[in-house]
Design a protein around this ligand. Structure first.
Ligand SMILES: CCCCC/C=C\C/C=C\C/C=C\C/C=C\C/C=C\C=C\C(=O)SCCNC(=O)CCNC(=O)[C@H](O)C(C)(C)COP(=O)(O)OP(=O)(O)OC[C@H]1O[C@@H](n2cnc3c(N)ncnc32)[C@H](O)[C@@H]1OP(=O)(O)O
Ligand SMILES: Cc1cc2nc3c(=O)[nH]c(=O)nc-3n(C[C@H](O)[C@H](O)[C@H](O)COP(=O)(O)OP(=O)(O)OC[C@H]3O[C@@H](n4cnc5c(N)ncnc54)[C@H](O)[C@@H]3O)c2cc1C
Length: 671
């Protein structure tokens, strides 16, 4: 946070900070995952942000497409040197996934670095899919930036359906090479970040053929450009996919192969090998371990959703404390818009959701690490649950985050539409997360497969895994007794999920009994399955969020415990009110209890109001990371809007050349 002197701070924001009745730093420690994590993050920020401060002479958005890309490459090189020479020193390899790195990257790039996928997917895939010998070969080169990589899985014709990918890798035992080929237009690799112009290597997911047999998709490390000249190698056609809604500095690319050869050793061989003679050997115990990088990124995307939403909430809440509008009481001053309950309704759920996703994300990360530890010992039993968990949490967190960031923009009125507010760019960046790394609907349907199986196990009295254990109680199929206590609300959300899952299972059973194939019965139930999966995910977030708040505030000051619990309760009540139809169906809630719930919600808004600015200050974003005229710590909103407006290239001269060329001749009838 760039605090400046108190004299510079907008007086309304100053008053808000005096009203705050809890220790902001304690909340920051909780959000970061502990005091040590906060201190490490701040250390990283201190190193990186000194340099970031002077990195852009002209605002990114004022450059043309090509200039923006070149500028992003320039900054990526500066930044990767900082990562390599300074940040990795602070935390070792762990720094790659640290919040400090994520945050400081945003100080350098308003949009996205073309190196993001190198660190975000290329390096993690080397770690997850290579043998130790292969890692020893590739990892140092990647970390030293001697090579730059992309992750090319999606093709023009297929993204979701990985088994349908068309690129082939055919083993030739005579030369001990794989021959990569793109047999059709639709087999062209499409979308990979960093691929278009930046990367010289690429992880390519292709159908593996050896001894005339197809063994399904496998990953390969493929050199695509000469390291010195950067020219694509013969047999490789590579380029940019064209202008996108966001991600325009991410360098998303296409790639085609024409009988292009790579050495046998370039197959990533941790989970499966091809021997010199072409014999295929499966090493992994689980069929889907080659999908490991996707699971890893889905897990990280939950905290990514929280992070971006927290930024938007900080901008919108600070702005709402500064902005005054209308005159509800005649003769009185215009109120701060944050005093309007409707504004509080728009914004406090954003703060609460950022907390819910961050704490659930930290819990998911620990679960991921535990499953990884089991898998290192050869035990893959908990992988299906992790896949189900990470799929629905990725889907719901990214979808909620995108919708609420847009809500923050609406909450800022016209000024929210300015690029300088940073809300439009944030939205265009985050809305992509709902699609990439697994589309929303597709991932919820993956979780639904797990839920329907779990329901069948519950019905037959089998022991259930932890995240679906609640289904055992629901097998009685009676309405749950409503209570507006936290535990009561969580039980009701679980009853809703269980009821929906049961209805799906029954529907599938009914259809198959009357002669419909299982596949068709599944398809005919998918609208309900998606809803069931979403309800399960919501119940899980509510439970994890409340559990984590209770655990983490056990040793905190009383005021921190109160404010954290108020927010978590607000989250639960908000979702109860959003899903009243479901509650009426699966719990005993009645009209009077719904009215009571609405009152409780409005009371919570009023209770949170004095702490709203303190709560967003606790996210602890430095101005260099927020990049927002509306959200800076000092609240000098109008001054910053004016300063940014004056930077527009359209203000460089008072008369544009188009006036003399077109407007004047038009007025004179000479055009
Ligand atoms: C220098 C500057 C740097 C600055 C940067 C600094 C920091 C940046 C840090 C962070 C930034 C944040 C993020 C960065 C990351 C990425 C950004 C953007 C890029 C995005 C990249 C991509 O999108 S890559 C492509 C991703 N593609 C997908 O996700 C495709 C989705 N499709 C699938 O996953 C699958 O095809 C499928 C799951 C839908 C279906 O698969 P299929 O094989 O057909 O399986 P079935 O449906 O038949 O199911 C069979 C059984 O398999 C189980 N299963 C499926 N998947 C998995 C799995 N992953 N793990 C375990 N099990 C799985 C499934 O459940 C079935 O089981 P049952 O038979 O028992 O039911
Ligand atoms: C900004 C961005 C960056 C990306 N970066 C990369 C990258 O670096 N590397 C990479 O390999 N890929 C990347 N991708 C690709 C991304 O992973 C895919 O776009 C994503 O997985 C969705 O696949 P698709 O585009 O094929 O959509 P489709 O699967 O064609 O989806 C279209 C619609 O069909 C529906 N649908 C599809 N299948 C089903 C089904 N079985 N049941 C019900 N509905 C279904 C979907 O819900 C959706 O509504 C990126 C994409 C974006 C937008």
């Amino acid at each position: 946070m760039t605090k400046g002197t108190q004299a510079d701070v907008n007086p309304d924001l100053k008053k808000e900070r005096l009203k705050c009745n809890f220790n902001i730093q304690e909340v920051t420690f909780i959000i970061d995952g502990g005091k040590d994590k906060t201190l490490q993050r701040k250390k990283i920020e201190d190193v990186a942000l000194n340099i970031a401060a002077s990195i852009d002479e002209v605002p990114e958005e004022c450059l043309n497409l090509k200039e923006r890309y070149d500028n992003a490459v320039r900054k990526s090189c500066v930044y990767s040197n900082i990562v390599k020479n300074e940040l990795l020193e602070i935390t070792g390899l762990e720094a790659l996934g640290s919040p400090g790195l994520r945050r400081t990257a945003d100080a350098f790039f308003k949009d996205v670095s073309p190196f993001m996928l190198h660190l975000g997917m290329f390096v993690p895939t080397i770690i997850g899919q290579c043998t130790p010998e292969q890692q020893a070969h590739w990892l140092p080169k990647a970390l030293e930036m001697q090579i730059i990589g992309a992750y090319a899985q999606t093709e023009l014709g297929h993204g979701t359906f990985i088994r349908g990918l068309e690129t082939t890798a055919t083993y030739d035992p005579a030369t001990e090479e794989f021959v990569l080929h793109s047999p059709t237009l639709t087999s062209t690799k499409w979308w990979a970040g960093g691929l278009g112009n930046t990367a010289n290597h690429c992880i390519v997911v292709a159908q593996l053929y050896t001894k005339g047999q197809c063994h399904g998709t496998h990953p390969f490390i493929v050199p695509i450009r000469d390291l010195d000249t950067h020219e694509p190698f013969p047999g490789v056609k590579v380029g940019d996919v064209g202008i996108r809604m966001g991600f325009n500095t991410a360098d998303n690319g296409f790639l085609r192969f024409n009988q292009y050869r790579i050495p046998r050793e370039n197959m990533m061989m941790k989970n499966a090998k091809v021997m010199k003679d072409g014999t295929y050997v499966k090493v992994a115990r689980h069929e889907k371990l080659t999908y490991g990088t996707m699971v890893f990124v889905r897990v990280t995307l939950v905290m990514e959703a929280a992070f971006n939403l927290a930024k938007a909430a900080t901008i919108a809440v600070r702005y709402s404390a500064v902005r005054r509008q209308s005159q509800p009481k005649p003769g009185e001053p215009e109120p701060q818009i944050l005093d309007y309950p409707t504004q509080q309704h728009k914004l406090f759920i954003c703060i609460a959701t950022a907390h819910a996703l961050q704490l659930t994300g930290l819990w998911l990360w620990r679960t991921f690490e535990a499953v990884l530890a089991d898998m290192r010992k050869g035990d893959t039993d908990s992988l299906p649950e992790l896949h189900a968990l990470s799929s629905c949490l990725k889907a719901v967190s990214t979808s909620d985050s995108a919708a609420l960031i847009e809500q923050c923009r609406f909450a800022c009125g016209g000024h929210g539409y300015m690029l300088s507010s940073n809300l439009p760019l944030l939205y265009s960046f985050v809305t992509a997360t709902r699609t990439y790394e697994g589309d929303y609907t597709v991932l919820l349907l993956q979780t639904a497969r797990f839920l329907v199986k779990a329901w069948e196990q519950a019905e037959s009295g089998k022991v259930l895994t932890p995240t679906v254990a609640y289904l055992a109680c629901a097998a009685a199929k009676e309405k749950v007794v409503w209570s507006d206590s936290v535990d009561g609300m969580i039980r009701s959300f679980q009853a809703v999920a269980a009821g929906k899952i049961a209805a799906c299972a029954e529907n599938i059973k009914r259809l198959t009994k009357t002669g419909t194939s299982l596949e068709d019965a599944w398809q005919l139930s998918t609208v309900r399955l998606v809803a069931a999966s979403e309800a399960h995910c919501r119940a899980m977030i509510c439970q994890a969020y409340w559990h984590e708040v209770t655990r983490l505030t056990a040793s905190c000051s009383a005021s921190v415990k109160i404010v954290m619990e108020q927010l978590a309760t607000l989250y639960l009540v908000y979702w109860a009110l959003e899903t009243t139809g479901d509650l009426l169906r699966y719990s005993t809630i009645c009209e009077s209890e719904l009215n009571k719930l609405q009152l409780k919600y409005e009371e919570l808004l009023a209770l949170i109001r004095p702490n709203a600015v303190g709560l967003v200050d606790a996210f602890d974003f430095r101005d260099e990371i927020l990049h927002s005229t509306l959200g800076a710590y000092d609240g000098r909103v109008y001054e910053r809007l004016m300063e940014e407006a004056l930077k527009s290239p359209l203000n460089e001269t008072s008369v544009q050349s188009s006036f003399h060329k077109y407007i004047r001749p038009l007025a004179k009838g000479k055009l």
